[in-house]
Design a protein around this ligand. Structure first.
Ligand code: SF4
Length: 346
């Protein structure tokens, strides 16, 4: 029988799978790296397999992405240049001229049906690049050319791995010593410990993605509930950290307006607007190539199968629907927040 996301969601099938990280593939060159050792310490029962280069395992043809998402293997590797990638300037980040992202972890422990990573990579397995010093050195060198904004959670949800890697704490320490950098960490997680015992920083922005529970349960598999995310935001803001709230991607479902209105009321009942940097609103969108690949991998996903409109190599909703989504959500938010702090992502 052909494996699909639905058959693999069957609990009986799920029980027969290996636990996640049952196998750890490690490049011989990073066997003695301190971060490799720290990570291996967490998995005493995993089978360790030495490899020459992560691509030998990660880039094999004909991998089953959906199955790998259910039972990912871990790869520990060295990142080679480039360590930093330039990215297009998001329209709402006025004032920042130079944007970059790092890719220290590839792939994610969450399993959002709309995630572009399933169209980008040949594998659902997870790579952690352990040569942290090289990556920080590259960022320092780029800072010599002027201030910059850095996304550190672009190809993963970095915060979810924090107990294993300590990478977020490393970036908080980096930001505290380099005022010319602004770091953005985007997350759906409910993890807060890196922010509880650290003084808040103006140049470290926490961007929390929020969705109503209907969307969480339908499309954002294995992610925390809306309530758990709001609780996490409340904790970090109580400790002085400022947050960006991201209602992105919005996927209209039956009754979506009422569900988003309730979510937004719940958010602002718990979180003071003083602690909110701004809010972004973004309907679902994905590049043509990524959506093509993602549809092959998840043929039973209704989110991916939807007949989106293609404009300039990006699939999304028709302009009138995008306008409806943006106006509706910004209308709900503007009951609480000034319009200058509400931004449309497209
Ligand atoms: S949390 Fe982000 S990176 Fe992780 S699966 Fe969802 S969309 Fe992809």
């Amino acid at each position: 029988m052909k494996k699909t996301a639905r058959t693999l969601n069957d609990k009986r099938v799920f029980k027969t799978l290996n636990p996640k990280f049952s196998h750890i593939y490690i490049e011989k060159g990073v066997l003695n790296n301190p971060l490799s050792q720290k990570i291996l310490f967490h998995f005493p029962k995993s089978k360790i397999i030495e490899i020459d280069h992560y691509k030998d395992f990660f880039c094999r043809p004909r991998q089953d992405f959906v199955l790998q998402k259910k039972t990912p293997k871990l790869i520990l590797a060295t990142q080679r240049t480039p360590f930093l990638y330039e990215r297009a300037r998001p329209c709402h980040w006025l004032g920042y001229q130079r944007f970059f992202y790092t890719s220290e972890i590839v792939n994610c422990l969450f399993d959002c049906e709309y995630c572009f990573l399933q169209g980008l990579y040949p594998s659902g397995n997870i790579i952690i690049f352990v040569n942290q010093a090289d990556i920080k050195k590259a960022v320092k060198e780029e800072l010599e050319n002027g201030p910059l904004m850095l996304s550190i959670s672009y190809n993963t949800d970095l915060l979810v791995f924090e107990k294993l890697t300590g990478m977020v704490e490393g970036w908080i320490n980096f930001a505290s010593k380099h005022p010319d950098i602004t770091i953005e960490l985007r997350t759906k997680s409910s993890i807060v410990f890196p922010f509880i015992h650290k003084d808040p920083l103006n140049n470290f922005q926490l961007s929390w993605s929020l969705s109503p529970n209907y969307a969480v349960n339908s499309f954002e598999h294995q992610t925390p509930s809306a309530e758990a995310r709001i609780k996490a935001i409340k904790k970090v803001t109580a400790n002085g950290w400022k947050v960006r709230l991201c209602f992105d991607p919005i996927i209209p479902f039956t009754g979506w307006k009422q569900k988003y209105e309730q979510l937004i009321e719940n958010v602002f009942a718990e979180i003071s607007t003083k602690e909110v940097i701004d809010v972004t609103i973004g309907p679902f969108r994905m590049s043509k190539e990524h959506l093509k690949q993602a549809r092959k991998r998840r043929p039973d996903s209704l989110v991916l199968a939807y007949p989106y409109k293609l404009i300039k190599d990006i699939y999304s909703y028709p302009a009138t629907q995008i306008e409806d989504i943006t106006k509706t959500i910004s209308g709900y938010i503007s009951k609480h927040l000034d319009k200058e702090r509400i931004h449309a992502a497209i």
